[in-house]
Design a protein around this ligand. Structure first.
Ligand SMILES: *Cc1c(COP(=O)(O)O)cnc(C)c1O
Length: 232
């Protein structure tokens, strides 16, 4: 588990270096540790060296982990696709959701968010590069969805997230991330009080930070290669 501590330190240095390269303050970028497929002991090891925000893709697996670690003040982020029949679990167990791309899912999350919890913090997933993934709203539809989500009572819209296809080089990757930043800036200009641009993973966090990311989602660079597929 000291490997996890060492890796977290190295990722923090990578983030700091990327920020310096583009003249952004080091604290402008938050690190979300993506713990999917890794057990509670791995999360605990990262927690023990100060990591507080963790991302999970598979709802069922996440709920087991969240329950096992409920004594710890962890901020859990859902970063996987959400089917209608899983919205209640998400609304009840997570603090954040990055993957809202349909109003119907947002409405269910708002209705099902327990009254004793603060509003669910939400990012809209945008398909910035028109990639083959079916997830994410088209950039030109982001404004309408954002306005509708922002009006829901039990959700707080924080920004957008994207998962672009791997690009051939740094400059190409940064260009795609800058197009996500343009969508984000357009929503700000619309008057929405947003602060989160969730983009960048182990392989492309440097380009994402150069493109304006405020939250990178990093899994394998912290926890190592993922070896088993988790069930959804
Ligand atoms: C798995 C995953 C990550 C982390 O990917 P790594 O390449 O392991 O850093 C980030 N975001 C999403 C949406 C993921 O599914």
């Amino acid at each position: 588990m000291t490997m996890i501590a060492d890796n977290l330190h190295a990722v923090a240095q990578r983030i700091a270096h990327a920020c310096q390269q583009c003249d952004r303050p080091v604290d402008a970028v938050r690190l979300l540790a993506v713990s999917k497929t890794f057990g509670p002991d791995a999360v605990q090891a990262a927690f023990d060296v100060g990591q507080r925000a963790f991302g999970e893709n598979y709802i069922q697996e996440a709920v087991e982990k969240i329950t096992a670690l409920q004594a710890l003040p962890i901020e859990w982020h859902c970063i996987g696709p959400i089917q209608s029949n899983k919205t209640r679990l998400v609304a009840e167990h997570f603090q954040w959701v990055h993957t809202v791309d349909r109003l119907k899912i947002a409405q269910r999350l708002s209705e099902q968010r327990p009254a004793h919890l603060p509003p669910l913090q939400v990012c809209i997933q945008v398909n910035v590069d028109g990639g083959p993934t079916k997830s994410g709203v088209a950039p030109q539809e982001a404004a309408a969805l954002a306005a509708a989500v922002a009006a829901l009572p039990r959700l707080q819209l924080r920004g957008i997230m994207c998962i672009p296809e791997p690009a051939p080089d740094f400059v190409a990757a940064r260009a795609v991330f800058m197009s996500a930043k343009a969508v984000f800036d357009a929503l700000l200009a619309q008057g929405l009080p947003l602060d989160t641009l969730s983009m960048g993973m182990s392989g492309d966090l440097d380009a994402a930070i150069a493109g304006g990311s405020t939250m990178v989602r990093v899994g394998s660079a912290i926890f190592g290669a993922r070896h088993y597929p988790a069930s959804a």
